[in-house]
Design a binder for this molecule. Sequence first.
Ligand SMILES: Nc1ncnc2c1ncn2[C@@H]1O[C@H](COP(=O)(O)OP(=O)(O)OP(=O)(O)O)[C@@H](O)[C@H]1O
Length: 246
Amino acid sequence: MTDDLLLDMRDVSVTFDGFRAINNLSLALRPGEMRAIVGPNGAGKTTMMDIITGKTRPDTGTVRFQGRDLTRLDEPAIARLGIGRKFQKPTVFEALSVTENLLLSLKGVRAPFAVLMARRSAGERERIDRLLHLTRLEAVADQPAGGMSHGQKQWLEIGMLMGQEPELLLVDEPVAGMTDAETMATADLLREINRTRSVVVVEHDMDFVRALGVDVTVLHEGSVLAEGTLDAVSADPRVIEVYLGR
Ligand SMILES: Nc1ncnc2c1ncn2[C@@H]1O[C@H](COP(=O)(O)OP(=O)(O)OP(=O)(O)O)[C@@H](O)[C@H]1O
């Protein structure tokens, strides 16, 4: 086991009703790294994220985060270790303002709805301001989240994830349904986040993956098919074959 890895999945397999969705999968992430995960439908991308967060238990293999064995921990314990996940669809509190949504997300806030009534501490205000700035939502801070565009809701939810101060963010198809401009702004946002956090992002949109400018892992039939720069994996004949005609 290599201790200087942030995330170290080794030889992980998962079978659902006799179907091997994850097949001897190994993935290693260095501290501070951002990695893009691509692959055709059914390749096992979501199941891989489910294994990291403890939603799905591997049948075999090891999963370590900062040297700790995740396969013995449940989902809340894994989240507390510093792994945050954003699912594909935004799930913000529509009736609350952008600021209130961020306030509820802040790590250490114990009685969330009471917090909305209380006067905000200077520390909370500063953290909210940083998140508003990061997500470029300052101008709409006091507006209800329900009125935001799809892209803004996704950024808000990424901001709420950052409010939990995770070491590692898992982000599932963040740019699905976004305009081209929103897609590029999301790449900027994740690059900014990656200055201080590690990120694993699953995405089909190759313009977005190119804009991230990070190494890519290609999954296919539950295993790693190829890994490297986008240019290198795109030129790999095995990858071309898997994507041919898509
Ligand atoms: N709970 C489950 N029970 C049975 N089969 C499952 C279950 N979860 C996933 N699978 C199967 O495992 C395979 C991998 O699915 P997964 O959702 O991880 O792929 P994916 O790469 O995320 O695909 P997509 O790009 O479509 O989201 C698929 O064939 C899927 O049907």
